[in-house]
Design a protein around this ligand. Structure first.
Ligand SMILES: [Zn+2]
Ligand SMILES: [Zn+2]
Length: 381
């Protein structure tokens, strides 16, 4: 269960974006691990925990989508989704260990998280969405994949400032470094005041005197990024996985966007997936259908199991094998395997075969044929 993020930041539930941010800033300053560098281990640990809590609370409350989910459900992960057979994800937090916590709770990201502030304009980086093709087995059993993609990063030569060595800039005189200006307009209702992005510095609050040669003054560069992503067993087509903070770099120190991986799962040559269950068409010989017997099949996990075919099995009969389906996402349960019997009739019989069959069929002339017998009775044949 999550903590009360509002309490963590010491603000009311009605706090606006600026209030949330300033509460975060002052608390983060107060509890920053550097402040406690010379304190006891115990105190250091406490500060680190506090600081992590504060950061997490802010990461939720500063993100409109997560905040809305948290306000509604008491968790930034939203409601547990179980109706469709998709398991809800437990846990919360950040980092690679928990990159799955946001799965299924992905909303459109992008520029909606714009945050105006007292100082220069901060804005989260854009989310990056990419498709990842998985084999049927990879989706069933999970896999670790290397993903390579292009993203925008802050230029390391200038620390994202766009100014040479990160220093060749001066404070914008037009906005005095705040990045925004108050514009007064006379209208028939009186004077209207509105806050606008400073046009002299484009909201940065700084004027670059000598641009960084590596990024041409943009402060941002496109880079190829390769990360390893652990995909849990049980994911399905079109499901998404959010890798926190691996999207484009944030603006002016704001957090990165997320990387959103959308799965494309290739079909299997035999099995068809339905939720966590598997379906398999199993052709058997007509003799097996009549007499019954055992048929050995290869399961998805690669081991063989014997399927009992009862005597007199009809075409289309479904045989259910429990727990031989797909492992549930983050749960130690499995779906079932549903085997549909397809009776295969022999074709291109030789004369000898036809003769032998005719003889044996004569033997069966008076056997019990439930459907034929019933039909004949109804039609007085
Ligand atoms: Zn300015
Ligand atoms: Zn640069």
């Amino acid at each position: 269960m999550e903590k009360d993020y509002y309490k963590t930041l010491g603000i009311s539930r009605e706090a606006n974006a600026d209030e949330i941010k300033s509460a975060y800033r002052s608390l983060a300053k107060k509890w920053h691990p550097d402040v406690f560098a010379t304190d006891s281990e115990e105190k250091k640990k406490e500060a680190k925990e506090k600081f992590t809590e504060i950061q997490h609370a802010y990461s939720v409350l500063s993100n409109p989508e997560k905040k809305a989910l948290y306000d509604q459900y008491g968790s930034e992960e939203g409601p547990q989704m179980s109706s469709s057979g998709s398991a809800g994800f437990g846990g919360s937090g950040f980092g690679f260990g928990d990159i799955f916590s946001d799965l299924f709770n992905v909303f459109s990201g992008g520029d909606s998280r714009s945050r105006s502030s007292g100082s220069s304009r901060q804005r989260s980086g854009e989310d990056i969405e990419l498709q990842l093709t998985l084999t049927f087995e990879e989706a069933c059993f999970g896999v670790e994949k290397e993903i390579s993609y292009k993203r925008t990063e802050n230029c390391s030569s200038c620390n994202g400032t766009g100014a040479k060595n990160g220093k060749s800039y001066s404070t914008c005189s037009n906005c005095k470094g705040t990045g925004s200006v108050i514009v007064e307009q006379r209208t028939m209702f009186g004077v209207m005041r509105s806050q606008q992005v400073c046009s002299s510095c484009g909201g940065r609050g700084k004027i670059i005197t000598e641009p960084c040669p590596d990024c041409g003054g943009a402060g941002r560069v496109k880079r190829q990024k390769t990360i390893k992503v652990k995909i849990p067993a049980g994911v399905d087509n079109n499901q998404m996985l959010t890798v926190n903070a691996e999207g484009n770099a944030g603006y002016n120190g704001a957090p990165n966007g997320n990387l959103i991986v959308v799965f494309r799962v290739l079909p299997h040559k035999l099995f068809v997936r339905s939720g966590y269950d598997l379906k398999l068409d199993l052709p058997i010989k007509v003799s097996q259908a009549i007499l019954g017997g055992k048929v050995s099949i290869l399961t998805i996990s690669g081991d063989r199991i014997d399927i009992d075919i009862p005597e007199g099995t009809e075409d289309g009969t479904i045989i259910r094998v429990k727990r031989r389906g797909i492992k549930f996402l983050r749960k130690d349960t499995y779906g079932d395997l549903f085997i549909k019997i397809i009776i295969d009739l022999p074709k291109n019989l030789s004369i000898k075969q036809r003769k032998a069959l005719k003889e044996s069929m004569d033997v069966l002339e008076n056997a019990s044929y439930s459907k034929v017998d019933k039909f004949n009775k109804l039609t007085n044949n």
